[in-house]
Unconditional design. Structure first.
Length: 245
């Protein structure tokens, strides 16, 4: 197969850039790959760049976008998707969550109306310790947008090794060759009763509501957090106790 191309990459990408209409259409192949990612340390970025390289080598056109610059149209116009995020306090990066806050509801409604085609995806995840903590929410929200989990996530603890980067390249190439109509969605929502020793992996991330002094009324603050951030557990703590942790 011939080499594909990057439509754009990195921050500062002009979101109006269009896909290359000269890319050949081939039955059973995903020729337009979107990557939406956030990377603070650069580790996740290395992984998604490797995945993009693999997809491009397999003949795809690749659009790489930082989450703050991406829109729902980047999914609607692609054939397949790659997510990339680190583990930030047990959750996806805030800029990726912001993408879901901005775009998910509209795409979910289109999916419910039968207006979203099936698109395969996989994740590139990094963390200093547990790179799986951010995965459940990304997978659950993806499923409601008619995104089908094609492969298990590629993960890295800390700086990705060459072995990890090679796995990202392979998965990028595999995503291009995948027959979406014949693929099996391997996403399985976790059953809380069956988590056993892996319960910690799926525990909700925590938001701390800090009291300036012991005995302050935090009822309103806690109520606001629970209303707007239902994905989080809420813990109330005093400044004095926070200093001890």
């Amino acid at each position: 197969m011939g080499n594909g191309a990057f439509v754009g990459e990195g921050t500062g990408l002009d979101s109006s850039l269009r896909w290359n209409d000269t890319v050949a259409e081939e039955e059973g192949m995903n020729k337009r790959i979107t990557i939406i990612y956030v990377s603070r340390s650069g580790n996740t970025e290395q992984m998604v760049r490797a995945a993009a390289e693999g997809a491009r080598t397999a003949g795809a056109e690749v659009r790489v976008k930082e989450a703050s610059e991406a829109t729902g149209a980047d999914i609607e116009e692609c054939d397949a998707l790659i997510w990339g995020t680190g583990n930030y306090y047990g959750y996806m990066h805030g800029r990726l969550k912001d993408w879901f806050d901005r775009e998910h509801q509209r795409l979910r409604k289109k999916c419910t109306a039968g207006e979203m085609k099936v698109r395969p995806y996989f994740c590139c995840l990094s963390a200093s310790a547990n790179p799986y903590r951010q995965l459940p929410t990304v997978e659950r929200l993806s499923a409601t947008m008619n995104l089908k989990k094609a492969f298990e996530a590629v993960t890295s603890k800390g700086k990705p090794t060459e072995e990890v980067l090679a796995a990202c390249r392979r998965r990028g190439a595999d995503l291009v060759a995948l027959d979406t109509d014949a693929m099996k969605d391997i996403y399985k929502p976790p059953a809380p009763s069956a988590l056993g020793n892996t319960a910690e992996m799926w525990r909700k991330p925590t938001i701390l509501v800090v009291m300036p002094e012991s005995g302050c009324d935090t009822t309103e603050a806690v109520s606001v957090v629970k209303e707007h951030l239902p994905e989080y557990e809420v813990k109330v703590i005093s400044c004095a106790d926070l200093a001890k942790e």
